[in-house]
Design a protein around this ligand. Structure first.
Ligand code: PEP
Length: 260
């Protein structure tokens, strides 16, 4: 049984280096007892220190975004190569908050291709802005997958994680997260599209995470929808909350049998 994958997206919730390092160390002390694989994505300037703080403790570090810039004349950009050199091994690509700022399907495809070429595991975020009875949201997801993966080869799919994050469920509370049955149906749909795009084997092995108001209170229930883990925003900032989510995910993925 694969361990659940829990990715903490700290966004801009953590604004100073000292707090970032203290939190990362607190997560690192408890991570080994969760049964889950953890990835912390701090703001870019903190990546290197967070990587040192969790180094060797079985936690990976990721970036919240990267940019593709060729040549030196691009003031202010941070490339996948730099992120890798600072200690990141994951990167989030196409988060809805960046799509809202203008990242489109073609740009996301280029970012993903570049991140994978620099050996970063890429967490491709997809998600509809709203749901309707007619099922339009499935078409939105298919387009986002087709566009985002258009430059990825099947052999590079081992560096792919898909995060399904319905935009309407982000940044709220456990009660507003997605209904488990609807989530299960959506995960099956995403796997089907992945199989069409990448082939059956890569589609089956790519982790599919859920993100959108995951908290300790609903993590176990949401895991029963067949997700591989979570991308967690607000509830990932407090170390005890992140650890509680990781433990709940592991418990569910092992049918309630804690192997400790
Ligand atoms: C996110 O923005 O990636 C996210 C999942 O946020 P939250 O957990 O706060 O809904």
């Amino acid at each position: 049984m694969k361990k659940p994958l829990i990715v903490a997206n700290w966004k801009l919730y953590v604004t100073d280096l000292e707090s970032a390092v203290i939190s990362a160390k607190a997560v690192a002390r408890a991570a080994g007892k969760t049964g889950a694989d953890l990835v912390i994505c701090p703001p870019t300037p903190f990546i290197s220190n967070v990587a040192k703080a969790v180094g060797g403790k079985g936690i990976a570090v990721g970036a919240q975004a990267s940019s593709v810039a060729e040549g030196e004349k691009h003031t202010g950009e941070t490339t996948a190569e730099m992120l890798r050199s600072a200690g990141a091994s994951y990167v989030i690509v196409g988060h809805s908050e960046r799509r809202a700022e203008g990242e489109d399907g073609e740009k996301i495809a280029v970012l993903l291709e570049d991140a994978v070429a620099h050996k970063l595991v890429s967490i491709l975020c997809i998600g509809e802005k709203m749901r309707d009875q007619g099922g339009e949201h499935f078409a939105v997801l298919e387009t986002q997958l087709r566009d985002g993966l258009s430059r990825l080869s099947s052999k590079d799919a081992k560096r792919l994680v898909v995060a399904y994050e319905p935009v309407w469920a982000i940044g709220k509370s456990a009660a507003d997260a997605m209904d488990t049955r609807a989530l299960e149906e959506t995960i099956l749909y995403i796997r089907k599209v992945l199989a069409e795009l990448l082939g059956r084997a890569p589609a089956l092995s790519a982790p599919i995470l859920y993100g959108g108001s995951v908290e300790p209170a609903n993590a176990q229930e949401l895991m029963s929808a067949g997700v591989s883990g979570f991308l967690v925003g607000h509830a990932s900032v407090e170390p005890s909350s992140l650890i509680a989510i990781a433990k709940a995910s592991f418990t569910k993925s092992n049918n309630g049998t804690k192997k400790r």
